[in-house]
Every structure is written in C-alpha cells, then in structure tokens.
Design a protein around this ligand. Sequence first.
Ligand code: UTP
Length: 293
Amino acid sequence: MKVRKAVIPAAGLGTRMLPATKTVPKEMLPLVDKPVIQYIIEEAVASGIEDILIVTNRAKSAMDDYFDYTPELEDRLIRSEKFAELESVRRTADMANIFYVRQKETLGLGHAVNRARRFVGDEPFAVLLGDDVMMSQKPVIGQLIEAAEKHGASAVGTQLVSPDAISRYSSLKVTPIEGRVMRVHDMNEKPRPAEKFSDYAILGRYVLTSEIFGILDNTPPGHGGEVQLTDGMRKLCAVSPMIAVDFEGRRYDTGNLKGFLEATIDFALEYGDGVGEWLTDFIAEKARLLAGK
Ligand code: UTP
C-alpha cells in the first residue's frame, strides 16, 4: 500500500466565520503571512504527496488563482529586484500538482469526498480537511500514512478531547495495537453523552481506501441532513481494517473564530520578530489592569 494522492475537501460554506467568509473563502484567510490552505498543502507535500485534489465550489475561485502564476506581479517583482517575494509567490504555484473539482451542491463532507473518485481511482488516498491546521514536528498526515502503510489499513487521526467536547466530534470505539496506534471497531458522529464510544475524537486527517466510494454512494444523509463521512467510514471499518493514530501535534479548527484566533497566536509566535516578547508584556499589562479593578 502506497499513498501518493491527497484530497482536500474545501467546499463548505463557512457559516461559522461570517461575515468574513461572505466573499473570502475561509481557506484563504491568512494565518500570519499565508492562507490556511497553504499550510495544509505544505503538510501534504512534506509527507511525500505528489498529486492533490481540492474539492471546491463556485464561490471559491480565489483558491485556484492563488496556486497559479501571476505574470504581471512577477514581472514587477523582477524589475524591482524583490527576489525573496518573487520566490514566495512562485513557490505557491510550483509546490505540487494541484487539481480541482467542484462540489455543485453543499451536501456534506461524505458527498465532497465522493467527488474525488475519478481522481483517486483504485489507490489509497489521504484526506486533509481544508480548515483543520496542524502544528507539529512531523507532518500529521505523514504520521497517518506511515502507520496505514505499515498496517495495510485505512487510518484516522485522533486525539483525546474533554468529555464535554466529544459531542462536537466523531467518537471512536478503539482497542490498543502498539504505541500510538489503535484498532477502530466503530464510530459515531456528534454523539449525545450516553452514546459516545470514547473521548477519542476524529480530527481532520484520514487515509482511506477506494472502497469508501461505493460505500458513500449508498450512504443516506445523516446528522444535519448531510452525507457524513463518518457514516461511510463506520461501514468501511466493519468490512476492512482501520486504525486510529493518536498523532503528535496540535490541531486547530480554523473554521470557527476561537480556533482561528488560537492558531493565529501560535503561528505568530513561530514568526518571531519580537512577537513573543510583545505578547508576554501585553498579557502581563492586561493582568495588572484586571488585578487593579
Ligand atoms: P465543516 O462543517 O467544518 O465546514 O466541514 P462548513 O460546512 O464550511 O462549516 P460551517 O458552515 O462553518 O458550519 C468540514 C470540512 O468539510 C468540507 C468543509 O470545507 C471542511 O473542510 N465540506 C463540508 C465540504 O467540502 N462540502 C460540504 O458539503 C461540507
């Protein structure tokens, strides 16, 4: 089993980030100096992925433009000898082979992944959600690919979340295999407290086999009236091996404002240029003001 292709579902409407996402796709919002989607593509490329399909929609052509050449801008940068800037805009267009398919109706994540069938063919493939950004030493999808290839299984990325939070995620029924790898027996989407299997949540990264497409064809709309990937994967793990990888790294859901702000702060601290010192002083000053109240 060799994973060479990745699919990035990015056709969601981004209603939790309105009004910012009324005309700007949430994947194009900047985390410091790069749009969210670039971090995700960089994670895939750093994991050895060569071909990437972005599932997009009619309101999101800013994403295709971003990964294209910009001749007028590049000419200007050459003439003004801004070679570092030139390199940064060229690199976005040359990072990977990027393909696009439109999801014509927003019918859910499972429906979006099913748009990838022609691109994927019979190969196993990675899925990276377009608004889940990871901060890690080793790329998170690379951790999943390594484990999936070793165990000859499909894989989901997981971490423990708090018992209060699991109802916002998919909950996994798992048993240990080795180290950070567990066997997946079952899962359910956004469970009520009494229905959860565990506090292991699926967090935005998957390796799937092409069997998922036939399954998704026959998966009716579930939670929220959308075709849920979790419902399809539940059937997949019943018929072929699936593992969960408790990955190393920090995951940010940039599709909600709190997650987006947290990611912005974390990546801003990586940026350097005194931002960390400024933030430390700023928080100390705020704390003094609050204490004085
Ligand atoms: P989300 O539920 O996080 O995204 O979907 P959303 O639909 O944009 O969220 P709201 O509107 O703020 O509640 C998880 C992932 O699945 C993609 C999204 O783009 C995101 O990457 N998705 C979701 C699709 O590609 N198509 C869909 O029909 C739904």
